[in-house]
Design a protein around this ligand. Structure first.
Ligand code: NAP
Length: 327
């Protein structure tokens, strides 16, 4: 690993602290490093409306930023948004060189940040640890490129893929550690989507119970939720899923989590709208007699049509497995 890559790895690690509160802004990490290689400033994106990571790092560095290198995971903005352009702050602070992870595909940025810095005489090195940075920012980059949220399908099932028993009881199939992990996934999502069947069966609260978390995700019910249900849908509809997803994207939802049930999960998979699957597997067996499979409404005509995914991580959480897959 080169020195620049090692610094980028630190900026990337720091950016994780902004993952939950930064959206609809990207969760960015930035370091100001002096000529001796000493880190003089560290910043991560503050909650929306607050300063961007670069500005936080520059403020911490103060006069030490003059002639220093700024290492930042995402291209700095060059436009006036809720905060002034970061490129101006970088130039004004006297930064000599910027080391960049990936360009920002947002229509307001998209290379303009790099161009503004170079025009001001700042050296720019691009694409440092671009792979890991792109993976960490995948939902943001996807949203800005397509206008649609990154869709995460979450399933909690037995080893044989069952999500509800013959009497339709389903709480809880997985243990505490897996359910705590679901809370984090919810907190990272700006919307949670469930079908009306799940609301009728379980009346879930769908809250993100994490300490320090202030904004609750938008709770979206497809179909007709019963009166008095705990979930208060912001959109309640049976519109084509593509339209629902596009509308969420227009409302600044970067990541939406689909929490089931089987009809809804099947519909999202069949429509090809799922970017990532997070599948919790309990070390338990239910059998298929009158039980409900995780994708009960989905059918595969022949082996050549099997939907295959790329396995991206497998982790043990208590007595459960957490399996992550991407398209
Ligand atoms: N273990 C788990 O992770 C988990 C998670 C969730 C649910 N579950 C279990 O799943 C069961 C409920 O299953 P379900 O299949 O009935 O629930 P569902 O997918 O939550 O709800 C199905 C309903 O969603 C509405 N809907 C609207 N647009 C839709 C679309 N494009 N595609 C599909 N549905 C659409 C329809 O409601 P209308 O009839 O009002 O039009 C439909 O009847 C419960 O027993 C629950 O406990 C388990």
């Amino acid at each position: 690993m080169t020195h620049d890559e090692a610094l980028m790895a630190s900026a990337l690690e720091a950016s994780a602290a902004a993952r939950i509160d930064a959206p609809p802004n990207p969760w960015v990490g930035a370091l100001v490093v002096d000529a001796e290689g000493v880190v003089r400033g560290l910043g991560v994106t503050r909650p929306a409306g607050g300063p961007h990571a670069e500005v936080v790092a520059l403020a911490e560095a103060g006069p030490a930023a003059r002639g220093a290198t700024l290492v930042v995971t995402l291209e700095p903005c060059a436009h006036q948004g809720r905060t002034p352009p970061c490129t101006e702050a970088i130039v004004a602070a006297g930064i000599a060189r910027v080391v960049l992870g990936v360009r920002d595909p947002d229509a307001h940025v998209d290379g303009r940040g790099v161009a503004a810095l170079r025009a001001a005489g700042v050296a720019v090195e691009e694409g440092v640890l671009a792979g890991p940075v792109s993976r960490a920012l995948a939902p943001y980059l996807w949203h800005r490129r397509t206008g649609r949220p990154w869709i995460v399908l979450k399933v909690a099932a037995t080893l044989d893929g069952v999500v509800a028993m013959a009497d339709r009881s389903s709480q809880w199939i997985t243990g505490d550690a897996a359910r705590q992990d679901v809370q984090r996934l919810r907190a990272e999502s700006q919307a949670i989507v469930v079908g009306a069947g799940t609301v009728r069966a379980d009346d879930p609260a769908l809250t993100a119970r994490l300490p320090g978390r202030t904004l609750e995700p938008l709770r979206v019910v497809l179909g007709t939720a019963p009166a008095g249900a705990r979930v208060r849908p912001c959109w309640e509809r049976s519109a084509p899923l593509e339209d629902v997803v596009a509308e969420l994207g227009r409302h600044g939802v970067i990541q939406a989590m689909v929490e089931g049930g089987p009809s809804t999960a099947s519909a999202f998979v069949a429509a090809g709208l799922v970017n990532q699957v997070v599948w919790y597997v309990a070390a338990a067996l239910a059998g298929s007699q009158r039980t409900l499979g995780a994708l009960a409404d989905l059918s595969t005509a022949t082996i050549a049509q099997l939907r295959r995914w790329k396995l991206t991580s497998v982790e043990q959480l208590g007595d459960d497995l957490r399996i992550e897959m991407e398209e």
